[in-house]
Ligand binder design. Structure first.
Ligand SMILES: N[C@H](CCC[C@H](N)C(=O)O)C(=O)O
Length: 246
């Protein structure tokens, strides 16, 4: 089987395409293992569908299924285009969160996320003020002045209590810096697309940024987030790291 490793702002994925739609969770655990596998935060299998250019099956590195993954949409769109699975540089494909549209311009890919759903506008827990929103998957967001306040055990506690990813964000001069504990990776990743979108939405909600903002995840790679008519767009570079047959 041919697998391609991608990095999308540091969030890394193993991608392949197949005619066979089945449960690949065991493959995800083996392939994503960073000591005995290729190593990645997630595993994606693109399969045919009559409803869009393709459909994806997305798995976190622990084998759990997730409806959506912002950074993986950018990597998969690039993969589909460079592997000739799509003929246009604009693609629509099916995820567990619904239809996703992505546009590929060389190594820069922009994705239009599904409409966000605010679950809880504001609540206090563990000494922080939280915002809970679904940007394709559920995300908790807290705005802090110091990103060193991010702490693994606190994030794990909030992750399990709310079954959501956990984000700490710092906003300074209209720029957002984010640290994310990712559900299904069960630790901090170098970037989380739907998490950055959740932090951007909270910053908009608090009137701390304009309709377009630069967002920097742990990898410090720059992404651009914008909102128009309630829909979030996020754009950034992707990198095809290598292809292998195993
Ligand atoms: N770990 C997430 C899915 C991946 C989200 C993240 N990698 C992104 O780029 O949006 C979850 O299970 O809710």
């Amino acid at each position: 089987m041919t697998y391609t490793k991608y990095s999308a702002s540091g969030n890394d994925f193993i991608i392949c395409h197949s005619f066979v739609e089945k449960d690949y969770s065991t493959d995800a655990i083996k392939l994503c293992n960073r000591t005995e596998g290729i190593g990645a935060d997630g595993f994606v299998v693109l399969v045919p569908t009559n409803e869009a250019d393709f459909k994806w099956l997305f798995y976190n590195s622990d084998g759990s299924h997730a409806a959506m993954c912002g950074n993986a949409t950018r990597a998969c769109a690039h993969y589909a285009f460079t592997n000739g699975l799509i003929s246009s540089n604009e693609t629509k494909f099916l995820t567990g969160a619904g239809l996703i549209k992505s546009t590929i311009e060389n190594d820069i890919v922009e994705t239009q996320l599904t409409a966000p759903k605010v679950i809880n506008e504001e609540f206090m827990e563990e000494g922080f003020i939280w915002y809970l929103v679904d940007t394709g998957v559920p995300h908790l967001v807290t705005i802090v002045d110091d990103l060193d306040l991010y702490e693994h055990n606190l994030c794990a506690k909030m992750r399990y209590k709310h079954n959501a990813n956990v984000n700490f964000a710092k906003i300074e001069n209209g720029i957002i810096k984010v640290r994310t504990y990712e559900r299904g990776v069960e630790g901090e990743t170098l970037a989380c697309g739907t998490g950055m979108a959740a932090c951007f939405l909270r910053a908009i909600n608090l009137k701390l940024v304009n309709d377009t903002a630069f967002v920097y995840p742990k990898s410090n790679e720059q992404l651009t987030l914008s909102i128009k008519d309630g829909i979030i767009y996020f754009k950034g570079a992707v990198k095809k790291v290598f292809t292998t047959n195993i």
